[in-house]
Design a protein around this ligand. Sequence first.
Ligand SMILES: *[C@@H]1O[C@H](CO)[C@@H](O)[C@H](O)[C@H]1NC(C)=O
Ligand SMILES: *[C@@H]1O[C@H](CO)[C@@H](O)[C@H](O)[C@H]1NC(C)=O
Length: 295
Amino acid sequence: MIGTRRPYAVPRILCIFVLVPILIFFVVHVFEYTPWQRPHNVKQPQNVAHNTTIEKALVVVAKALKDIRWMHEVDPTWTRYTYLVTEDSLNPSSDISLSVPVNKGNEAMRYLSFIIDRYDTLPSIIAFRHGHDKSWHQQLHSATEINHLNLTTIRERGYQNFRCTIFDGVHRHDCPDDQKDHLLHDGKTFWEGVEPETKDTYADNWDAWFGGPRPEYLMSACCAQFVVTRESVLRRPRDKYKEYRQFLIDTDLHDYVAGRIFEKTWHVVFGMPPVSCETEEECMCEVYTPPLGCG
Ligand SMILES: *[C@@H]1O[C@H](CO)[C@@H](O)[C@H](O)[C@H]1NC(C)=O
Ligand SMILES: *[C@@H]1O[C@H](CO)[C@@H](O)[C@H](O)[C@H]1NC(C)=O
């Protein structure tokens, strides 16, 4: 009958336009935060860590679990390990973070702890990454960079920073052939360029930590995201990594500065020369598979 209101019209409209969206929102978010929807199961790799058959490990240091959802997109052949830079990392039975002795030294504390804890049964290849998916200091999404690594090159080199661009605006292609030992771009030596608070640390420890005289020039790609092989890690005894970590535990330097001491020297730790003059193009070509690299 024209003009007669259907008794349930209003509730039905309410239902479609209000309750259904609320329900969808609720379901999506509840699922997003339930434990089985976490970026990955942290516990499981922790337990199989001492199985030397692990070929490739991805060690990620994150500020929060929600930052590392991108780890889903990483090829499943990588075994994942997560460290949080929070108090969770002080609890050895935490199921969201692997543990460290002290919550200091940012990612350096975590990278060193991973090496120390698994020194006898290291994976063949270890990728060390920050928790962010994108950053000014990386060219692409994290999962893209990891999935496109040319592992033949990584095995040959033993160590490789994910970044093919050297230090804040200083590019490898600016490195003149006849001056390979005489950089930086702006004419400064590395030692003029480092944070003043760290100079004494380098001066006091270089020989003990890295062996040999302190080089005058040193270049490294910012910012502590790299891949390293088991062989390169094993070039130094476990006690040496403990010594580096003990420095981070004992130091009064601010975390921001203390972590940077290793950020600038990881390549030296793993046996690379202090300066590399490879161009950015050469590096991309060899370090990544197509379409990023040449293949
Ligand atoms: C190590 O992993 C391999 C392959 O996944 C498995 O066959 C083997 O039983 C594991 N060994 C130990 C001691 O867990
Ligand atoms: C990886 O790099 C090597 C040279 O180091 C090259 O021969 C090979 O084709 C590359 N593989 C891929 C898949 O890009």
